[in-house]
Design a protein around this ligand. Structure first.
Ligand code: IPE
Ligand code: IPE
Ligand code: MG
Length: 228
């Protein structure tokens, strides 16, 4: 049986979920944020160590300004409202992505949430915000070059936003599309991939349990062969 240490989720389908009910896309984002709390609590209970959630990509700035504003407001609201839940469940909050592009106040809120939960030893919830794997890898290469003329796997990994975090075991994308959309391209090199047709606000603990039990039975070979 495989251990599940690092679960990563591309939380896609909020907009379509809202449209299907004749509502604004922002309504879907609000429902999506609620689902983050439910799935995070469950992942903590299951003993998963790292949960990385794709919340805003480097490409998502291309959306209409009104939608970007809604997403930034939701993020700020989440950073405030979730701290008690995180503390109650011994969850440490973290982020990956280039947060220097966010407003000064949002950056402060991110730092505050990280500091408030820094002592928590259970699950680490990692929000990927203004995250793009290509951007992350380029930043890591440039950082590595400041101190090394030749870059090894270890040096590069120590300069990725996920430094110190183990590779992804399971990567789930909801919303029906089968693509990675620039998420964790390095860290998911050997992840088991699951694509669900369920739109993120409809995703459930039950569906997660089904995916996890399938993953546990999967034969992970990492390029080797299985010895009988
Ligand atoms: C995912 O849902 C959330 C973000 C990218 C912020 P979408 O907003 O992409 O929803 P769809 O894919 O348009 O339905
Ligand atoms: C991926 O979803 C990013 C997040 C879930 C945050 P998108 O909706 O942005 O991806 P594409 O545009 O369908 O590839
Ligand atoms: Mg989408």
């Amino acid at each position: 049986m495989n251990d599940l240490v690092h679960l990563a989720i591309i939380m896609d389908g909020n907009g379509r979920w809202a449209k299907r009910q004749g509502k604004e896309r922002s309504f879907g984002h609000k429902e999506g944020a609620k689902k983050v709390r439910e799935i995070t609590k469950y992942a903590a209970k299951m003993g998963i160590k790292y949960l990385t959630l794709y919340a805003f990509s480097t490409e998502n700035w291309n959306r209409p300004k009104t939608e970007v504003t809604v997403l930034m407001k939701l993020l700020s609201k989440y950073l405030h409202s979730e701290i008690p839940t995180l503390l109650e469940n011994n969850i440490r909050f973290d982020v990956i992505g280039d947060i220097s592009k966010f407003s000064a106040s949002l950056q402060k809120e991110i730092t505050y949430a990280k500091e408030m939960t820094a002592h928590c030893t259970g699950l680490r919830q990692i929000l990927a915000i203004n995250y793009g794997a290509q951007d992350e890898i380029l930043r890591a290469i440039n950082k590595s070059l400041q101190t090394h003329s030749e870059i090894t796997k270890e040096i590069l990994e120590s300069n990725l936003d996920t430094a110190g975090i183990p590779a992804v075991d399971v990567l789930i994308r909801t919303g029906g599309d089968c693509r990675l959309s620039n998420f964790l391209l390095w860290q998911a090199a050997y992840a088991e991939l699951f694509f669900s047709k369920t739109l993120w606000p409809d995703f459930s603990v039950g569906e997660l349990e089904t995916i996890v039990s399938e993953y546990k039975q999967t034969e992970r070979r990492f390029g080797g062969v299985v010895t009988p």
